[in-house]
Ligand binder design. Structure first.
Ligand SMILES: Cc1cc2nc3c(=O)[nH]c(=O)nc-3n(C[C@H](O)[C@H](O)[C@H](O)COP(=O)(O)OP(=O)(O)OC[C@H]3O[C@@H](n4cnc5c(N)ncnc54)[C@H](O)[C@@H]3O)c2cc1C
Length: 388
């Protein structure tokens, strides 16, 4: 399918990036996507191949071995990867975010992990959520208590993407008695430390192959040097990080919506009922017309937020707007893309069935869409007060 006109404002570098990633995604990821969904195992070899494109450090400063590109480029790459496989898009986000996080907040020893993250040999994971604290991040209960030159970590983390296979996990834990976000710190915990136990792989509706699991920490001792950034500062850091990761998730949902749109367009032209292609029915045309509008609108919102973020602003409102709009529109339009496929859409024979299962997650993680609305409301109230 031609790329339309949205890329006329891309730089030559961005267009080249898009074309290279698209080629890899179509030749290498797309043929594997159904197998990844079926097997529900982390596709390590394919992940290493993706790493070989040099994209895991796309936004990482060049002095850390990254490409030093702007956030928009990461969004463009993500759209193409997720257009081929939501799971691989999800996997792509992890090293991109972890390498930037360690470069900005890690000490020298922690930064030495970056080359391994970039070439795909070291798998990172992030553990914020707990069984009783999801949206309420500031209420998390895992503790890290200082004991000489170590911290001792106790608690349980839930839904850790790549938790079953990760080499290390960035664990958010409470290091002080202050309630809320003021006493949360982040630790780099190697997954072979005594006391760390991985739960069984979660059986998920979609986004298969990412080996999510619970992690439990029972008197896990880590050297004090494993603290990432300053003690008690991790909540603020995490919140800023979310602004970047929400743009990655938005682009992931966008890529999946594009895939749904393309499949629905092709099916609507090929499938005939009442002696004509179903595309000729206005009811079907209008669903597709609405999809094209929302897909283009979402991309503009994402790229706008990426520019705000790269300009050094918080981008909390813009990233939340992009995440809310893109994931809601993707859920709605992939549902319609399935509808256009009729009974075939309900069959595993057709990709749209997988898209439908995979896309739901995008409205739930990286902050649910109810939480995105809270963030937007808080920001617009702040803007209103400043103007008043
Ligand atoms: C497949 C998968 C992978 C994940 N990967 C990771 C990971 O790698 N690392 C990690 O740390 N976490 C991860 N998560 C966790 C994810 O970020 C949380 O599931 C998410 O933040 C929501 O938390 P919760 O599930 O506890 O829902 P809850 O917070 O219990 O929310 C339940 C419902 O209540 C609503 N709600 C809650 N509070 C409010 C409020 N104040 N106002 C309005 N509505 C509200 C929510 O929007 C939601 O609809 C993952 C989750 C899944 C399912």
């Amino acid at each position: 399918m031609p790329s339309g006109t949205h890329d006329i404002f891309y730089t030559d570098e961005q267009r080249m990036l898009r074309d290279n990633v698209r080629r890899f995604a179509e030749e290498r990821i797309l043929p594997e996507a159904a197998r990844i969904d079926r097997d529900d195992r982390f596709p390590r070899a394919l992940y290493r191949e993706l790493a070989g494109l040099g994209l895991f450090g796309i936004c990482l400063a060049e002095r850390f071995g990254g490409a030093g590109m702007e956030t928009t480029s990461a969004c463009i790459a993500m759209e193409e990867i997720a257009r081929a496989s939501g799971s691989m898009g999800n996997a792509f986000a992890i090293p991109v975010e972890a390498s930037v996080f360690l470069s900005e907040h890690g000490n020298e020893a922690q930064r030495r992990l970056i080359p391994g993250i970039l070439d795909g040999s070291i798998l990172p994971a992030t553990a914020v959520t707990e069984p009783d604290h999801g949206s309420d991040v500031a209420g998390l209960r895992t503790t890290a208590v200082r004991d000489g030159d170590h911290y001792v970590i106790n608690g349980t983390k839930a839904w850790v993407t790549l938790g079953r296979v990760a080499d290390f996990v960035m664990v958010f834990a409470r290091t002080g008695s202050a309630e809320g976000g003021r006493s949360i710190s982040c630790f780099l915990v190697e997954c072979d430390r005594p006391g760390l136990a991985r739960g069984k792989a979660e059986e998920l509706m979609g986004m298969h192959g990412l080996e999510d699991c619970m992690l439990s920490f029972s008197d896990v001792r880590v050297p004090a040097a494993n603290l990432i950034g300053a003690e008690n500062e991790a909540f603020k850091t995490a919140m800023r990080n979310f602004n970047f990761s929400r743009l990655m998730m938005s682009s992931m949902a966008l890529g999946m919506a594009v895939a749904g749109f393309e499949d629905a367009m092709a099916y609507a032209h090929q499938r005939r009922q009442f002696g004509q292609p179903i595309f000729d029915f206005q009811a079907v045309q209008f669903m597709l017309a609405d999809m094209s509008v929302d897909i283009d609108a979402a991309r503009l919102l994402i790229h706008n937020a990426a520019r705000v973020f790269d300009a050094g602003h918080s981008a909390a409102k813009e990233a939340a707007q992009a995440k809310l709009f893109t994931t809601d529109m993707a859920m709605k339009h992939i549902t319609n893309a399935l509808q256009i496929h009729g009974g075939n859409g309900y069959s595993r024979e057709y990709r749209v069935e997988r898209l439908f299962r995979d896309i739901k997650l995008s409205q739930i993680y990286e902050g649910t869409n109810q939480i995105q609305r809270l963030i937007i409301a808080r920001q617009i109230q702040r803007e209103f007060r400043v103007r008043a």
